[in-house]
Design a protein around this ligand. Sequence first.
Ligand code: F6P
Length: 321
Amino acid sequence: MNIKTIGVLTSGGDAPGMNAAVRAVVRTGIFNGLNVLGIKKGYHGLVHGDITEMSLSSVADIIHRGGTTLQTARSKEFMTEEGQRKALNIMEVFGIEGLIVVGGDGSFKGAVELARKGARVIGVPGTIDNDIPFTDYTIGFDTAVNTVVDAIGRIRDTTSSHNRANIIEVMGRNSGCIALHAGLAGGAESIIIPEVRYDIDEVCKRIMQGRNRGKLHSIIVLAEGVGGAFEMARTIEEKINVETRVTILGHVQRGGSPTAFDRIMASRLGARAVELLMEGQTTKMVGFYNNKVHEVDLEKVLAAKKKFPSEMYALAKILSI
Ligand code: F6P
């Protein structure tokens, strides 16, 4: 298909690697003779026409940067029918024939709404939560997991010195993916996630088992979707008399230079998104599945739920006895 102008925006919570995806969109677009417009602050910029022409140099020196230089937002206005109409009008005014949305499921819902009203859209999964189906990973997840693993190492040092337990709360919204991956990589005694019911007596038993064989620290990784870290710490202290601290990692997990994995995946997904628009495709998500870039219907993505890796959870449990 002969399109001339495409737009790109980043939306929802930022994720390390979003810049690499935008860079890939801009450079692939320009390489293929397209005009590429950068929309600032996600859908907010689309509703209000906060749009700039991108050049090769507007994405120079960003592949290694965390955050998103296009900035992002969670636009309430865009959720309304009127907001979406305004956005469509802006797309027409700026001649945007195809829109690439880098974001999570909330952003994809918005993209589908635009598509239902006639826009051409392609989604690129960017969220640290890794809660999007039909892609093994989302942009930013690998970096966030590495940040958490680094934090676990630091917390383990001080926890050992004091012979304590530490509950480390990590992000992920309703998904336990960050907790599971970081907990396995960090050797946590217990990983508490929304996908699996937990028993506080088992958590205590694991702490005591470790201590009885001379372990100086106990690390519990808790997903924010379960929550209740401080109450859990009090219960552990009451039940087994082990001093327990809480660390809520928060937004530290969202920042920082993206890992090579995130940069490479973001580059591949961003480039493929442009190709799909040039092929005349719409309402698709580009994903990374079995080590390959593929595309899938965006509506199918929204209707599905990501499969929980129960075998990985079981393995983490065995390895932390
Ligand atoms: O979706 C990414 C995420 O970081 C979640 O893990 C977290 O629950 C949420 O965003 C936090 O949102 P905000 O940055 O708006 O506080």
